[in-house]
Every structure is written in C-alpha cells, then in structure tokens.
Design a protein around this ligand. Structure first.
Ligand code: COA
Length: 163
C-alpha cells in the first residue's frame, strides 16, 4: 500500500529515511550523520515540504512501518521538470515491484503538476539502481557531476518523459 508523506506520518517517514541512509550510504547525497541530528520539528518541516505545491513524497507501507520511500520536487528554474530523490526499497522487499510502484506515484504527481520530464542523479558505482531506472525507461542524459561524499565517484543524470 502506498501512502503520501504528510505531517501525520512524519515519524514513519523519519524512520524509513534514516534506515535508507544507514543501509545504502553511497546512494544519497545526504548522510545518516547529518539527518540523524534533525529535531522533530525539522522532520515535520521536511514532511510538510514533501506534501506541498512543489514537492511530494510517498511511502510503501507494510503494516505500521514503511518498506520503501521516494520523493520528488519541481525544478525551481524549469517548471516543466521534476526531480526524483530519496529512492529506496528495504532489502527484504527488493525485486517485488515496490520501487516501480513508488516511481509510478511520482510520475502521476509530476503529470498532475504539468511537468514533462523527470530527472534524477545516480552514483556511478550504483549499478543495480542504474539497471532499475533503465527498466523504468530512464536513460542517461550525458550530464555528470561530482559526488559530494566520495571524490572517486561521480553522479550520472538520468531522465525520462512524463506520460
Ligand atoms: C534500486 C531499488 C530502489 C530498486 O527497488 P525494487 O523495489 O527492488 O525495484 P522493483 O522490484 O520495483 O523493480 C522494478 C524493475 O527494475 C528491475 N530491477 C530492480 N532491481 C534491479 C537490479 N538490481 N538489477 C537489474 N534490474 C533490477 C526489476 O527486475 C523490475 O523489472 P521488471 O518489472 O521488468 O521485472 C532498490 O534496489 C534499492 O533501494 N537500492 C538501494 C538504494 C538505492 O540505490 N537507491 C537509488 C538511489 S539513486
């Protein structure tokens, strides 16, 4: 079951986000060390941003807990583009379609927000995520940027059209 992130489930969001940062530290531009210091009011503010005009977040729920998460925000400089961030499925739930469902929620939201293109950044050493995004019709754009947490790694930009 997919649930939108809202202030009501902010602490379920916090738990799954911190679990994702601990599980796959090389996949995200933020870190567990940074976000584990957030106060409750900062988590509530994050949840509000993920449920506003320019941002959305979704949780894949298993009972009371989340086993997957994704976020998206509109590009402030290009109103026809949205960015996909924070994609993570719990190890015990991978390869069962959870990630695909979460990306579909973002595509629906981005379509509703009248954007045409969904972009993301993925680290060059994250082959499994690159394969996953390719299955979901993302392709590399050719743009790269340095990965802030490891100078040996770069980030590839990938994008897909929003139906
Ligand atoms: C990448 C990730 C989100 C995929 O989530 P998932 O829930 O396992 O993905 P799904 O089961 O929905 O897979 C969707 C499609 O991608 C394919 N896929 C998923 N993982 C794959 C992998 N490691 N290698 C090849 N294909 C893969 C699936 O086979 C499926 O294709 P199909 O429907 O045609 O069979 C998950 O592995 C993960 O959380 N990784 C760690 C965090 C991470 O790297 N996040 C990305 C940050 S940019």
């Amino acid at each position: 079951m997919i649930q939108a992130i809202t202030p009501q489930n902010a602490f379920v969001f916090k738990a799954v986000r911190l679990r994702a940062l601990r599980d796959t530290p090389h996949a995200f531009s933020s870190t567990y060390a940074r976000e584990s210091q957030f106060t409750d009011s900062e988590w509530l503010a994050c949840a509000e941003r993920m449920n506003g005009e320019s941002g959305a977040g979704f949780l894949a729920m298993e009972g009371e807990n989340a086993c997957g998460i994704v976020g998206s925000f509109l590009d402030p400089n290009h109103p026809d583009q949205a960015h996909l961030v924070s994609m993570w499925t719990a190890p015990g739930h991978r390869r069962q379609g959870v990630g695909r469902l979460l990306v579909q929620e973002v595509l629906n939201w981005a379509h509703w927000r009248k954007t045409r293109r969904l972009l993301l950044m993925v680290t060059s050493n994250n082959e499994s995520a690159i394969r996953f995004y390719e299955r979901l019709e993302f392709t590399k754009t050719g743009r790269t940027q340095p990965y802030p947490n490891d100078p040996a790694v770069i980030e590839y930009e990938m994008s897909r059209r929003i139906p």
